[in-house]
Design a protein around this ligand. Sequence first.
Ligand code: AHR
Length: 519
Amino acid sequence: MINGNRISINVDSHKKHIDPMIYSNFIEHLGECIHNGLWTYDPVNVPLVEGNPFLVGVRKDILESVKDLKVSVLRAFGGCYSDVYHWKDAIGPRESRKIVKNKQWARFPISLYKGLGPKIENQFGTDEFCHFCEAIGAEPYLNINYSTGTPEEAAQWVEYCNGSINTEYGALRAKNGREKPYNVKFWGIANEIWGRQEVGRERHPENYAKRYLLFAKAMREKDSNIKLVAVGWVKSAWNQAVLEGIGEEWVDYLSVHKYVPLPLKLSTIVGKKRKTTEESYYSLMTAARLIEKVINDTWEDITTILGKNSHVRIAFDEWGVWEKMRQIVKTNYYLQDGLCTSDILLTFQKMSDKCPMANWAQLINCIGTIQTDPAGLILTPVYLAFKFFVDHTYNNLITSLDIECETFDSNKFGCIPKTNNVPYIECNATINNEGDKLSIMLINKHFTNDLTVELEINRFVPKEQGNIIELNSQSPFDYNTIENRNKIKLKKKEIDNIKPRMMFKLPAHSVMVLKLNKK
Ligand code: AHR
């Protein structure tokens, strides 16, 4: 039995750098992510971006809210779709671009998933994507077509993006309106290629590694500075064989994906209504442990094959809360999903040395942080959770932090296993480079109870005035709607009685950050 909740932080302890690439995102030609999400086809009642010919189909409200999210790396155009994507269909004058069937996503039964695989008019192609990344301040990350494409096609794409205007494809880029190379640094070679969901499924990791090398060599010939991402899995045998076959020199990141609580039984993923019980809530509140396990297991695979000094790191380039298939057309998120996202982001902060890149999947509409409608946007609690981190935490993690509190047990929910002894309170403390601004991020996972915690801050004397920012609502299943877009929003208030040791109330099912300045 714990006698009261306590958190003790030693600010003087070792700091771990947090890579901002853990706040990355992803877009795909899937559902309404790009089609009528990022790029507008139907009329809307909001202004579109002006002044950049490459962004004329992008809504101003989207550009601004994505910019606010400080997305570090943006991955495109799939996902599974990358295996049917031919980049040359989506460059040059927009009126003459090839309109294609969505050969990846239109394979699924339309009656169940209307709108899943929209026709691709290719108005948002490489130039539009790279301009969008520049406008929001994100590093672009492109996934090449491994299955129905060729190493030559991929290498030409690298040259189109990064080559000088004296190269064939660099000259084509200039002709299309952009002289300066885009310098796309991150390139993925295939996506989830081990799975049934992929058009060009590859069952044998050895075969994948062999063909991967053909792509890697052709692409690096065009630009030797690019960083290459190979397809990993939550299976060690796959990861180890892939790394063995590719070798240290030709890979920089091994990618892994995990959605929670997918996979559920097929019968439970159709339909619209998500589970909203105390039991399912508590299961989601343990999902971060599963993510932690995936990172540790993948890291083990990397170091087993390439050794402890390998430069290869993990790119967790798809993750998110996803329960029903329909959510990949358009969805909305509950407060609980914002809590779960925050909890997982705390884990990514702690593990950024092994896994410096993590991309929420996806940015808009399709399992998206932002939902669009003709009159405006819904900034979901997932969006707000990311905002919380990018605006209110720093890039140095304080490693000595002890939490003492009551725990809960949870049940299996989809891929989230039954878990015991999970603390109700989670906390990370981060500090700026100068060492004079401290941020303490706290989650109270209790379904119903506010929790009082004794907070002890050592080796940092705070000024009495500071700020508290809170993500909370009456019910964990509250969400923002068109009628009430700001039902859930980040609430900021000033406090003026901060002491190095103090009692603090954390409301039930909430995330809270305490921002302090050094005296
Ligand atoms: O993000 C949706 C899909 O989920 C991606 O295309 C695929 O990589 C994953 O299975």
